[in-house]
Ligand binder design. Structure first.
Ligand code: CS2
Length: 502
């Protein structure tokens, strides 16, 4: 047992680890002991989302049906988290919170953790290890390095040097390409590589990224990968905000142990997975996952009706000075606005999975967003907008334009993003621009006329965000300009307050 951090002066709280499991309240104990796990899954991206999502499903699946599916989880950056999980024997807790209660449970799905920058060779070797039969990824949209407009791998000098083995692999495309080449060389058996990021057709995109990266790294491996590696698409869903000191304190007082890798999440979770695993998989269906032939309809519904609305509330809320998503949704008129966005624009743009009503799904999403216990910050959801907007809002707007419609609320959402990236909230406070395209966005805005029409022209010209059909759409540009003018003149609060309930 290790000594933990100090809770109050003079009081040392012991650390969560295998030796302290017996001190946990029975309802909080893990379903599995990490010492009993044998590895089968390699996961890239050890963030809060993975811990509260795939790790939870996998633990429940192994507990229900067995199998050698322990997870070896790789952190692409975060060294303190790797150290914390190592000290805790891979154990961490998930605090599921709704308005009424917080339910805390320790998860025992991690067989081991690795820090990629400290030992990239170990990650490559794991990808070539026959024991690893499934690889999952939660690395965020930007880590795929794919141009959303062309689907091309965005090769800069650093990535080229990694792929040609002049520098150690650090990026996801390089780790994957070198790992898959090593697996091909070792003929180490088939594999499923599963994207769990919020990208449309995420399996197809991951396959394309891997193929493009391999073509540079080791062309002869491409054929082996084509015949041995599958890339099923998935739809992942659980709202998991970044861990805060308050999360750690809540967990510490409930468990009586320190857990520096704890995460808080909403109780809801969903995972829809294309069932295409050439070397087997955990019985995730026993943990509530939906196995299907085609995750596409679920993915589109979720990206547009959940993430699209989330981003809309994030930009409107951040401009109005709201710290969290539930506060943004509580602004007078906000719920009416997003309900109209869901009904008039989003529902009209897609065919939901059989038996699912977009209206009911949309309402359940709004109920989840209203949960104040989640505490998801508007600025966290707002980050990386250039990578998120295409699949969340822009494709929907393009579909409505192709159908001859002018989506009012979708245009308001895009105008809110445009005002957000200009960098000032309605009360004049600075807003951070945390986005891989920040330089290009700033450059375009600096060169533009600082009028609503000038801002719209500058931003609508972003080729990797807007398809050509929208870049040259004068009617849409006019509508965006009108909304931007309204937002600039009245601010978000008054703009939303002026919206009647339908
Ligand atoms: C959010 C998502 O941060 C964001 O951009 O929209 O992380 C969202 O919480 C999840 O996709 C919910 O499943």
């Amino acid at each position: 047992m290790r000594a933990g951090t100090t809770d109050e002066p003079g009081v040392t709280v012991d650390r969560l680890c295998r030796a302290t499991i017996s001190r946990l309240p029975p309802a909080s104990r893990p379903l599995l002991d990490p010492a009993d796990l044998r590895p089968g899954i390699l996961h890239l991206g050890l963030g809060a989302f993975h811990r509260a999502h795939q790790a939870v499903f996998t633990e429940a699946a192994i507990a229900a049906r067995g199998g050698d599916w322990g997870i070896v989880a790789v952190a692409p950056r975060n060294r303190p988290l790797v150290d914390a999980l190592t000290a805790q024997d891979g154990l961490f807790s998930v605090a599921s919170r709704d308005q009424a209660e917080t339910d805390i449970r320790v998860v025992g799905a991690l067989h081991g953790v690795r820090h990629a920058p400290s030992d990239p060779g170990a990650v490559v070797a794991l990808l070539a290890d026959p024991a690893i039969r499934v690889v999952t990824l939660t690395v965020t949209e930007k880590a795929y390095r794919l141009d959303p407009a062309t689907g091309q791998l965005q090769l800069d000098a650093a990535l080229r040097a990694e792929l040609t083995r002049h520098t150690p692999p650090a990026s996801v495309p390089a780790l994957l390409a070198l790992g898959l080449s090593a697996r091909a060389r070792a003929d180490a058996g088939p594999l499923a590589v599963v994207s769990c990021d919020n990208l449309p057709a995420n399996g197809r995109q991951l396959a394309s990224m891997a193929r493009q990266a391999l073509t540079l790294a080791e062309p002869p491996a491409v054929d082996w990968v084509t015949s041995h590696v599958r890339f099923p698409s998935t739809m992942v869903d659980r709202i998991v905000p970044a861990t805060t000191p308050e999360t750690l304190a809540t967990v510490r007082s409930a468990l009586g142990l320190t857990d520096e890798a704890a995460v808080a999440a909403e109780p809801y979770r969903q995972w829809v997975i294309e069932d295409d695993f050439p070397a087997g998989r955990p019985a995730w269906e026993a943990a509530g996952a939906v196995l299907t032939d085609d995750a596409g309809p679920y993915e589109r519904l979720k990206l547009r009706a959940l993430n699209g609305v989330h981003s809309t509330l994030a930009y409107l809320g951040a401009l109005a000075g709201c710290r969290t998503i539930d506060q943004a949704l509580a602004l007078p008129g906000a719920s009416a606005m997003v309900s109209m966005l869901l009904r008039d624009d989003i529902a009209a743009s897609l065919t939901p999975p059989a038996g699912v009503s977009v209206a009911e799904y949309g309402q359940s999403v709004l109920d989840r967003f209203a949960n104040p216990a989640t505490g998801h910050r508007t600025r966290q959801v707002a980050m990386d907008g250039s990578q998120k907007l295409p699949q969340r809002l822009v494709h929907m707007v393009a579909d409505r334009r192709s159908a001859g419609e002018l989506p009012q609320w979708g245009a308001l959402a895009l105008a809110a993003w445009m005002r957000f990236v200009c960098g000032q909230a309605d009360d004049g406070r600075a807003l951070p621009l945390d986005d891989p395209l920040a330089d290009e966005i700033r450059h375009r805005l600096a060169a533009a006329e600082r009028t609503p029409a000038g801002v719209v022209t500058a931003l609508l010209g972003l080729e990797s965000v807007f398809p050509a059909s929208l870049r040259h759409d004068a009617e849409l540009a006019d509508l965006l300009t009108q909304w931007l003018t309204t937002l600039a003149r009245h601010g978000v609060r008054d703009t939303l307050a002026g919206m009647g309930v339908t």
